[in-house]
Design a binder for this molecule. Structure first.
Ligand code: F6P
Length: 374
């Protein structure tokens, strides 16, 4: 009997720790379990095009500390892929390629979109193991995701540095932090960096409340403030508009209504794109303090993973190899305490882990006197 042959791919937005996870999986799969592995290039697009490279032990050396992904990535959907300008369902082609390549399993490293693709492929008959990657930390059923710890370090350092310049110039500096629709990254780095105000998508803010926190600080002699703004944070009115537009999409009863609702949602999102700049103008007008915006952007996703992410990546990668060896499929390997646990993909796909209103970190922030805009 030949060796068990397994495919691996990285999908969605890149994130520190992808290469460390490929290494963790590959070393355990090849050296410990005696498997063969191939790496599909550019996410599920590589699966659809059957574009892959064999991965041997030497390919796994020296990649632990590398940012990005040696396999490349994309944000494609397996059931709606743009192929030469045409949107196609590539599931059947992928199943055929998987069989042609002699695979026993497919390991998919990615975030929420990848969990959905993983479930679609599991439903199509593939043996899939998903590993939770994202700087946003918004994947259900896992304690955390690889990439989040590194992004938290980067955003925290940025907040540290913004403090000294805000202090010197007596300014308000708003820093926009990634996280998509969830506030984990802004909350964690805001607390770790000592931001004076933290604004999250989960807590629509009132500008008056933010102004009040800044005025209170001014009355105590602090003529500067650092505001950590999650990219998904909105004031109460924008948040209501966004929710209403999303509801129209979710409740559309036919394709035409859905198209119109999606166009409306895109317009609302577009109109709110500059929300952090708008808030800066509002704060400057209300407090008289000069206000500036610093958008951290993609630096949060780039570069070397921190030690915590390398450890997590190694734990998840090796656990995925164990799942394949044990025939445990159609699961996401969750981080659970010091260990890992396979959880059914159907309990993960389509769910977003938001910061719950009673989360301990919110209480920590409140007790520190950090304004949350509510
Ligand atoms: O999911 C990771 C993330 O960096 C989010 O924080 C952000 O909203 C999004 O990806 C940006 O996506 P893109 O890489 O497509 O611009």
């Amino acid at each position: 009997m030949g060796k068990t042959r397994v495919g691996i791919l990285t999908a969605g937005g890149d994130s520190p720790g992808l290469n460390a996870t490929i290494r963790g999986f590959g070393k355990a799969a090849i050296n410990h379990h005696g498997m063969e592995i191939i790496g599909f290039l550019d996410g599920v697009r590589g699966l659809a095009n059957n574009n892959y490279r064999e991965l041997g032990s030497s390919d796994l050396s020296g990649i632990l500390t590398l940012g990005g992904t040696l396999l490349g990535t994309s944000r494609d959907k397996v059931h709606k892929m743009n192929i030469d300008g045409e949107v196609k369902d590539m599931r059947q082609t992928i199943v055929e390629n998987y069989e042609k390549d002699g695979l026993s399993a497919l390991v998919m490293l990615g975030g929420g979109g990848t969990a959905k693709n993983a479930l679609r492929l599991a439903d199509a008959g593939l043996n899939v193991v998903h590993l939770p990657k994202t700087i946003d930390n918004d994947i259900a059923m896992t304690d955390t995701t690889f990439g989040f710890a590194t992004a938290t370090e980067i955003a925290t350092e940025a907040i540290d540095r913004l403090h000294s310049t805000a202090h010197s110039h007596h300014r308000i500096i708003l820093t926009e932090i990634m996280g998509h629709r969830a506030g984990w990254l802004a909350l964690a780095s805001g607390i770790a960096g000592g931001a004076d105000i933290i604004l999250l998508p989960e807590i629509p803010y009132s500008v008056e409340s933010v102004v009040e926190t800044i005025r209170l600080r001014m009355s105590r002699g602090s003529t500067f403030s650092v505001v950590a703004v999650a990219e998904g944070a909105r004031d109460k009115s924008d948040s209501a508009d966004l929710a209403a537009a999303q509801l129209l999409v979710d409740s559309a009863s036919n394709p035409e209504a859905e198209r119109a609702a999606r166009t409306h949602l895109a317009n609302v999102v577009d109109a709110q794109r500059e929300h952090t700049f708008k808030l800066a103008r509002q704060l400057e007008a209300a407090t008289g303090l000069e206000s500036r915006v610093s958008i951290l952007g993609y630096v949060q996703r780039g570069g070397t993973p921190c030690a915590a992410d390398r450890l997590l990546a190694s734990r998840l990668g090796t656990a995925a190899a164990q799942c394949v060896a044990d025939g445990v499929f159609n699961v996401m390997v969750a981080a659970r305490g010091d260990g890992t646990e396979p959880v059914p993909l159907k309990d993960v796909a389509g769910k977003v882990k938001m910061v719950p209103p009673d989360h301990d970190w919110l209480e920590t922030a409140r007790q520190l006197g950090t304004g949350l805009g509510d």
